[in-house]
Design a protein around this ligand. Sequence first.
Ligand code: ADP
Ligand code: NI
Length: 247
Amino acid sequence: MWCARPGPRSGTLARPQPKERIIDTQDSPRTVKVLEAAEAYARAELGGDSGGHDWWHVHRVRNLAVELAREEDADRFLTELAALLHDIGDFKLSGSLTAGEEAARRFCTEQGLSAEDTDHVAGIVADLSYKGAGVPDAPLSLEGRCVRDADRLDAMGAIGIGRAFAYGGLHRRAMWDPEEAPRLHATETEYRSAKGSTIAHFHEKLLLLKGRMSTDAGARRAEHRHGVLVAFVNEFMAEWDGEDGRG
Ligand code: ADP
Ligand code: NI
């Protein structure tokens, strides 16, 4: 049975409702205008993607990043703005390593942000991405870490599973290939050129994200979402081997 707002584990099936942007009473008309323009830009750029980087991914990341920013006492406006801009010009969609940072910089300049805030937001967008199991994350400001943790949380849990298979399908990847072991990539180039199966990607990235949270608020949320990934992979492997449901 469908149910609009069940408890997450109440036994009924949830039908998620779009969550409105969390309005902060401290938002000035000026910051609201910039955030609305950023939202319109992100919707226009990412609306049509079917590989997991669509507008609703950005929407979830924005709301989650704002929650983390509250808990971490980070600047709420810069966090939300960077979250809204974070996937515009992303390598996966543009093929360019610098297009995202350039687009963020152009947007912030056009919106009249100070040079300092523009550098801050563009720097977050530039350094957000996961670049391989063996590649350390770039050091980021507190606001950047809130956006990065939120982006990574959306790659975990049930939604993370959905996104991974959407991406894998779009790029014609096998779900799993037992003859191809997952690889822990040592360089960004190796990671970016990988064409492995979607389950391999769980081992190459998704299952490692819990250990790479960089805010306490993110780390707390990662526990549950990681457990969902682990349960899914174990179940997938049990079914693959025909060892499920044997009591
Ligand atoms: P980041 O947000 O760190 O830049 P990516 O843009 O590389 O991460 O990936 C975002 C999401 O796209 C991943 O979390 C995953 O859901 C999906 N994805 C990326 N690469 C793969 C892959 N090789 N196989 C399956 N899904 C992938
Ligand atoms: Ni993202």
